[in-house]
Write a protein that binds this ligand. Structure first.
Ligand SMILES: *Cc1c(COP(=O)(O)O)cnc(C)c1O
Length: 365
C-alpha cells in the first residue's frame, strides 16, 4: 500500500480542481486582489453558515484571536483563562496584548478545559475565558457562558479546529461573544495559504474588529487605535467559497471515518471520547496508549503518517518558563505523553483505515 499522509490534500485538490481553477482564474483576471467581491461574498456566506450576525475575514487564525482580544480591550495587568493543551497561538496572542494566560487543566477524556476547575482560576484581573474546541470537539459552552455572566467576563471561542461543529443548536464559533477560526491548509475548512475569521453577533465588537484589522482606521488615513494589516486575499476567498459548500459533507465523512476507527481499534487503544454535548467534527482523530511511542515507530516505518499533538503543553514551553515555570497540570502532562493522532481526512479510504489498524495491531503484538 502507498504511503498514507495525515491529511490527503492532493486527493481533495483532484476532486475540486474543476471548480476551483476557473474560479481562481476569473478572480485573477478581475484584478481586485484586495477587498474584492469574493471576500465580501465569503464573509456573508460564512456568517449565514455559522448563524452569526457578523463574519470578519482576516489574515490568519492567530490574527483572529489577537484582534478579538484587542477588541474586548485586553491589556497589561489582565488575565485570560485558557487551556494548556492547544496550539501556541491561543496563548501567545494573550501575551501580545500585554496580558497573562492562566492555564487550567484539561478533562482526561475530551482533552478540553476541565469545567470544574475554571471558576477557581478567576481573579479580579480575569477579563475573558478562551476555550478551544480541541481536535474538533465542542467545549460545553453553556456553563462557561454562565460563569462569564456571573463574573463579567467575555467568552471567546478558539474554533480553529472545529469549524462546522455544532453545540446547543449553534455552529462552533457563533456561541460566545466572539468566535475565531483559521483556514490554515490543514483545518477542516482550509485555504491554499493563510486565512482567518472572527464571528460575532455584537455590532460594536464587529465594528471594532474591522477597525483593528484595517490599521486602526475608521476613516481612510485617519488612525484611531493601533491596528494591523490583516486581510484575507481575494484568491483565498474564491477557494474558501468553493470549499464552504462542501464543509458539512467533508465533516460527515470525518465522523464516519472516526466511527470506523472506533470499532476497529476497540480494545487495542483508548479511542477518542465524544461527550455527546455537541457534534465532534474530528479535526484530529487522537488515541491514547501507554505504548504510544511503539505505535508511532511502527506506523512511521510502515509509511503511515501520525503525529503527537501536542508534545509540549503550553505551560511547559520555554517561552512561558519565566511566568509559568512552577505551574503543574498533571492531566495535561499525562495526555501529552500518551496521545497520538492518526491520519484523518475526508479522502481516507476504508482499506487505508484497515491498513492503519493492522499496523497498530502489529505494534501492540
Ligand atoms: C491553527 C490554530 C490556530 C492558529 O491559526 P493560524 O491560521 O495558523 O494562525 C489557533 N488556535 C488553534 C487551536 C489552532 O489549531
Amino acid at each position: 500500500m502507498n504511503n498514507i499522509p495525515m491529511l490527503d490534500l492532493k486527493a481533495e485538490y483532484a476532486l475540486l480542481k474543476d471548480e476551483i481553477e476557473p474560479a481562481v482564474c476569473a478572480a485573477l483576471a478581475a484584478c481586485q486582489y484586495i477587498g474584492g467581491p469574493n471576500v465580501k461574498a465569503f464573509e456573508a456566506e460564512a456568517a449565514a453558515y455559522a448563524g452569526a450576525g457578523h463574519a470578519i475575514a482576516c489574515a490568519s487564525g492567530t490574527d483572529a484571536l489577537l484582534i478579538a482580544l484587542r477588541a474586548i480591550g485586553l491589556g497589561p495587568g489582565d488575565e485570560v483563562i485558557t487551556t494548556p493543551f492547544t496550539f501556541v497561538a491561543t496563548a501567545s496572542t494573550v501575551v501580545m496584548c500585554g496580558a497573562k494566560p492562566v492555564f487550567v487543566d484539561i478533562d482526561p477524556r475530551t482533552f478540553n478545559l476541565d469545567l470544574a476547575q475554571v471558576e477557581a482560576a478567576i481573579t479580579p484581573a480575569t477579563r475573558a475565558i478562551v476555550p478551544v474546541h480541541i481536535f474538533g470537539q465542542p467545549v460545553q459552552l453553556a456553563p462557561l457562558k454562565a460563569l462569564c455572566a456571573k463574573h463579567g467576563l467575555k467568552l471567546i471561542e478558539d474554533a480553529a479546529q472545529s469549524f462546522g461543529a455544532d453545540y446547543a443548536g449553534r455552529k462552533s464559533g457563533a456561541y460566545g461573544d466572539i468566535g475565531c477560526t483559521s483556514f490554515y491548509p490543514s483545518k477542516n475548512l482550509s485555504a491554499f495559504g493563510d486565512g482567518g475569521l472572527m464571528l460575532t453577533d455584537d455590532d460594536r465588537l464587529a465594528a471594532e474588529m474591522r477597525v483593528l484589522a484595517s490599521h486602526g482606521s475608521r476613516v481612510r488615513y485617519h488612525h484611531h487605535v493601533l491596528g494591523y494589516n490583516s486581510r484575507l486575499d481575494e484568491i483565498q476567498a474564491v477557494i474558501l467559497r468553493v470549499k464552504l459548500k462542501r464543509l458539512d459533507h467533508f465533516n460527515e465523512r470525518r465522523i464516519a471515518i472516526a466511527n470506523s476507527y472506533n470499532v476497529q481499534l476497540a480494545g487495542l487503544v483508548e479511542t477518542p471520547f465524544a461527550d455527546g454535548h455537541g457534534r465532534h467534527v474530528y479535526h484530529q482523530y487522537t488515541i491514547l496508549s501507554d505504548q504510544r511511542d511503539a505505535i508511532q515507530k511502527v506506523l512511521t516505518e510502515s509509511g503511515i503518517a501520525c503525529a503527537v499533538y501536542y508534545p509540549v503543553p503550553l505551560h511547559r514551553q520555554e517561552m512561558f518558563a519565566a511566568t509559568h515555570g512552577d505551574v503543574k497540570l498533571p492531566v495535561t502532562e499525562r495526555v501529552a505523553q500518551r496521545c497520538l493522532s492518526l491520519p484523518i481526512s475526508p479522502m481516507l479510504k476504508d482499506e487505508q483505515i484497515r491498513h492503519i489498524v493492522g499496523a497498530i495491531r502489529q505494534a501492540l503484538a
